[in-house]
Design a protein around this ligand. Structure first.
Ligand SMILES: [Zn+2]
Length: 296
């Protein structure tokens, strides 16, 4: 399996910032040791690709660091030139992984899943919307038309929903924590909102019901899977109570249902904010292992 990484494109964060920047390096180091996985550094998303998703105003102002204070607060990350380089590479990784998925059946971005980015704004640690940029790029290249986004990050993908709302050939399916960010929701095509403390059994039952319906309705040529680690019981932001074993089972359900339907999948890792960063890393690495096996 091919995987694309952006951990080497570092950016400055104040000490104690809640965004787990080290996670990406630790996941990359573990991925480099996994048999059957070829990891390479992502290429930057071209400006013309980003312009398929974002307004010229947002692209110019984020490049030049001309954000209003409230915009920087909503983004949740301090602006720097390096942050923009990183976001451009993270989006490029999803474009490359989507191409590789069409060729190989499965491929991965060792990050990405920046689903809170809107056309004209970055929010919630998301500068650019990688999935929407990738799917529009593949369409322009004539590779596909119909896509399914399976978003199992605990937070609702409001930016992705807004961008894809008018798109009849893109279908979103997500399972969210009800009382979690974002507090102003943008409806997706098929969603479940779970109460605080929901555990493995209830979660997996809902997934087993939702995903087959999503596949029937979407009839996708490619799926994007946001394998967020933040439904984990030890997550600081998640509010749900899935175990590591439950999350592994979740990944297996997604892998097996997509495979049985003959749908290639581009996996992104999305969020994860465990008390102990090594828990998030372990969950991400388990996701990678699940999909490395899928290719065999
Ligand atoms: Zn999240």
């Amino acid at each position: 399996m091919r995987a694309f990484a952006h951990d080497v494109f570092d950016y400055p964060l104040p000490a104690g910032h809640r965004f787990p920047l080290d996670k990406y390096r630790l996941v990359r180091e573990a991925a480099d040791r996994l048999p059957g996985l070829a990891v390479e550094n992502a290429a930057a998303a071209p400006l013309e690709a980003l312009a398929r998703t974002h307004t010229a105003d947002w692209l110019t102002r984020i490049r030049d660091g001309r954000l209003q204070h409230r915009e920087e607060l909503a983004l949740g990350l301090p602006w720097s030139p390096e942050l923009v380089v990183r976001a451009t590479r993270a989006t490029g990784a999803t474009i490359q992984a989507a191409h590789a998925a069409l060729e190989d059946g499965v491929a991965m971005n060792l990050g990405g899943g920046t689903h809170h980015a809107f056309a004209d704004a970055g929010r919630g640690f998301c500068v650019f919307n990688d999935v929407v940029t990738a799917l529009r790029t593949l369409r322009v290249e004539g590779r596909l038309q119909r896509v399914l986004v399976v978003d199992l990050d605990v937070h609702q993908g409001d930016g992705t929903h807004a961008l894809l709302a008018p798109d009849a050939d893109a279908f979103t399916c997500s399972i969210n924590g009800f009382r979690n960010y974002p507090f102003r929701r943008v409806p997706g095509d098929l969603e479940a909102d779970l109460a605080d403390g929901t555990g493995d059994d209830a979660y997996l039952e809902i997934l087993a019901r939702l995903l087959p319906e999503a596949l029937r309705r979407a009839r996708p040529e490619l799926a994007f899977y946001l394998a967020g680690a933040d439904p984990y019981e030890g997550d600081r932001l998640g509010r749900l109570s899935l175990t590591k074993a439950g999350l592994r089972e979740r990944d297996g359900v997604v892998r097996d249902l997509l495979r049985a339907s003959g749908v290639p999948v581009c996996v992104t890792l999305a969020g994860g904010y465990a008390e102990d960063i090594l828990d998030t890393v372990a969950i991400n690495v388990a996701t990678i292992e699940s999909f490395v096996d899928a290719e065999a």
